[in-house]
Write a protein that binds this ligand. Sequence first.
Ligand code: FES
Length: 272
Amino acid sequence: MGEGIKLPVINGLGRTNRIDNWWSQPMAMGVGLTAALVYTFWRLFLYDADISYALHGSTVMSPIFSPNVLEWDLFGLNTWNHPEWVNAAVLVLWIPFGFRGTCYYMRRVYYRTFFASPTACWVDEPDINKAIGYKGEKRLFIFNNLHRYFLYAAMVILVIKWWDVTHTMHFDSSAHHGYGVSIGTFVMAIEAFLLTMYVTSCHALRHLAGGMLDRWTTGISRVRGRLFGKISVLNRSHGFWFWTSLAFVFLGDLWVLAVAEGRLNDAVLFVI
Ligand code: FES
């Protein structure tokens, strides 16, 4: 008991009998995550201009810099004489970083890509991994247990994202006055929608909804059981929502950057 079955893995990093393109998915994921980190660093610390633009009185805010807490009256942040390198993203990004960094799907991704532990089934891992062995979620990885708390914070951010979408819909100029939709509204709404799907397909949310109960038989437990079932359906595509919501953070930022710098034009599609 407990011995497990020893697969005939060929020794040596990346060595395997597999003949398919087992390396392509981890490689694409590694490149994607690295690009996301490099881009975020650039935007936060090297080029934090043009984080929003105005269109006929509406405001379209970059997803990276939303919520722009430095504009908030709350806690006197709007009058705070902050150091040059502090911007809205520096103050807020620890929440999405913490949320994504402790995500159950993300753990799978970084174990495969950055730790090669293992890169894919039936593919050998580096000797150092064998020497260290798997010790579970201990030491630094113990922070993964904070995921549920990051979920609560991410839910607040999510509400603010949708609030930001409403800011793209109120026009107040001589040409347009009232509520309507611009291209920027669509960009921001898609970003908020994808993030909503990522959050609502979360494993920790599923547990919170009904997974923590022993049975779903009567009253509120029955409702929670149904909710558990619905989230379970979304949860099957959690990886898809992870990547699409992540990609749209950067596509949204590029859109805002391009319009704010005059490389692309936003347009009001309709006003009522
Ligand atoms: Fe991925 Fe919660 S498990 S966001």
